[in-house]
Design a protein around this ligand. Structure first.
Ligand code: CTP
Length: 418
């Protein structure tokens, strides 16, 4: 019999606490066992009895309850779970974990756990947008905490904006997604587990593009975009860590290439195309570059001067599509071809269209609207699109997106019939 997954649900004090009751229902329907811990403030909103009734288990509230310690110590309580979820997560509990404060049972468990933590924040929008909360969010993301929501919406306080907790079904889906990946965090200094120590891409050649391209207008000016290369370079590092030989074809970026990868620096889309084809064959191709779609047809040899007749008319022509050229290779196509879809609207529709048009096996779609801060930022929220379906990932540091993406591709490649 498959052992049911154990969720430790930490409920902190907010009006959204009542939605955790609904979450427990959803989780139990899915076969999870749920053990609840409540903060003192949470008990002002919902009684422990309701949680005990729905979870079918004792509810824990006190750090220093000697009988409880005899039954199950707080360390054991925190480690006995497959995932720790804080729903709702108040500004207070986020702040405590971000600064390492353990002054009640809930915050002590969050600090003591060896399991991944998922938080569903809920608070007034001004509290959410406060720089202190945003700083804490960034710290927690860096520490590997996974977030679902908050969403925009009407709030109990009568205001509208970000801060409204994600719905129980969304949270249940995020929990299921988290549990598809390993959730136990090895102790510092512990021997690497067999899976983290193994090199699933040993013997493979991973060829990838990263960064923007620059398309010259004249010797001093160019057309470019805001790509920093952070995501592509992180994927190169993750592929290297997975044991692959890595060729990173990069446009001009302000960051260093990860050590141990073969860097091929280019400037234009045409140079990137030529370099990629020159470095075939590869087992895996990943197009992470933000390739300029157009180039100036005839860049000026000298600096274009102001003549007094108004601005120059630039005639543009289309650049080759590097990803499509690899996806459609008749001979020597890599075993696995993945691309990105940078979109400002209709993520799913446009991502699916790119999967087909560019003959890819996987599209990593991301929202690059300026307010997401993805372009040039530290974090990414991606949606994985394959023929098999769509998977939403929570907001993660780009390094973590890279690690999980490489782990996923390595698994899919290992399952292919050779
Ligand atoms: N790509 C590429 N060569 C190009 C354009 C894009 O290899 N000339 C790759 C990118 O590296 C990315 C994917 O194609 O993996 C999608 O890029 P994106 O900029 O999202 O889409 P475009 O194909 O440029 O289409 P559009 O600008 O219309 O969205």
């Amino acid at each position: 019999m498959v052992k049911s997954k154990r969720i430790l649900l930490i409920v902190s004090g907010g009006i959204a606490a009542y939605k955790s009751l609904e979450l427990i229902r959803r989780l139990r329907e899915r076969g999870f066992s749920v053990r609840v811990v409540m903060t003192k403030a949470a008990q002002e909103f919902v009684s422990p009895l309701s949680f005990a009734a729905l979870s079918g288990q004792k509810v824990y509230t006190e750090l220093f309850a000697l009988t409880d310690e005899a039954e199950m110590g707080h360390i054991e309580l925190s480690r006995d779970a497959d995932l720790v979820v804080a729903v709702p997560a108040t500004a207070n509990i986020m702040g405590k974990l971000a600064s390492g404060i353990a002054d009640d049972l809930a915050s002590t468990l969050l600090l003591a756990t060896d399991t991944k933590i998922l938080m569903a924040p809920a608070m007034n929008l001004r509290m959410w947008l406060n720089p202190a909360t945003q700083r804490n969010l960034e710290t927690l993301l860096r520490d590997g905490v996974i977030f679902v929501g908050p969403n925009d919406g009407d709030m109990a306080c009568g205001e509208f904006g970000p801060g409204r907790m994600a719905e129980p079904l969304e949270i249940a889906a995020a929990i299921e997604n988290c549990l598809k990946q390993p959730t136990k965090i090895p102790a510092p200094g512990a021997a690497a587990s067999p899976s983290s120590g193994s090199k699933p891409l040993a013997g493979r050649h991973v060829l990838l593009t990263s960064g923007p391209t620059h398309e010259p207008i004249d010797p001093v000016r160019y057309i470019a975009n805001r790509s920093s290369g952070r995501q592509g370079h992180a994927i190169a590092a993750a592929a290297r860590d997975a044991g692959a030989r890595v060729t990173l074809v990069s446009g001009p970026v302000p960051i260093a290439a990860p050590h141990g990868v073969n860097l091929v620096s280019v400037e234009t889309a045409q140079q990137m195309y030529d370099a990629v084809h020159a470095h075939l064959p590869a087992d895996i191709f990943i197009g992470a570059a933000a390739v300029a779609d157009w180039k100036v047809s005839a860049p000026s040899k000298g600096k274009i001067k102001k003549t007094g007749d108004g601005p120059p008319a630039l005639s543009l022509s289309e650049n080759p599509d590097i990803l499509a050229s690899i996806g459609k290779l008749k001979k020597g196509r890599p075993l696995y071809v993945a691309g990105f879809a940078a979109e400002t609207g209709e993520l799913e529709k446009n991502g699916r269209a790119k999967l087909v048009k560019k003959a890819c096996d996987l599209i990593v779609a991301n929202d690059v609207n300026p307010e997401t801060g993805v372009m040039g930022g530290d974090f990414n929220t991606v949606r994985l699109i394959t023929k098999a379906g769509i998977e939403d990932w929570p907001i993660l540091p780009k390094e973590e997106v890279a690690n999980q993406l490489i782990a996923r591709i390595a698994k899919l490649v290992s399952e292919l019939k050779r």
